[in-house]
Design a protein around this ligand. Structure first.
Ligand SMILES: [Mg+2]
Length: 120
């Protein structure tokens, strides 16, 4: 969903340097909490028809996109954080694509199982 250019990456690296690892983790908690709040507001105020969300005029204060963007940025920054593993410097997110492939495969398997259960 989100594409990062070189300048984005440099800015996020500078943010980690300036505010430190602990602050990035606290920020992750805060941003995840804000997304949870926006999802809860959406569930309370929106209508759901044909797999689409319809926001009511009274739910203008909901800004799921903005909070999701904050969370994406913070997640990316947390993935850049380095740690030591048996004397080697690694990044938290360095294996995230490999793990993602495994998780998507699990999801695919689950979907296939459900289709098989419906057909039997
Ligand atoms: Mg936010």
């Amino acid at each position: 969903m989100i594409k990062w250019n070189k300048s984005d990456i440099e800015t996020m690296e500078k943010a980690i340097e300036k505010w430190g690892v602990e602050k990035q983790l606290i920020k992750l908690i805060e941003e995840a909490g804000e997304v949870i709040q926006e999802v809860a507001k959406t569930l309370h105020t929106a209508d759901f028809v044909d797999e689409m969300i319809f926001f009511s005029p009274f739910s203008k204060e909901i800004n799921l996109t903005e909070e999701l963007a904050d969370l994406y940025i913070t997640l990316e920054q947390v993935c850049m954080i380095e740690f030591y593993d048996n004397g080697k410097v690694k990044k938290i997110g360095e294996n995230i694509n490999k793990v993602k492939v495994e998780k998507i495969q699990k999801l695919q398997n689950k979907l296939n199982e459900e289709v098989e259960n419906v057909n039997n």
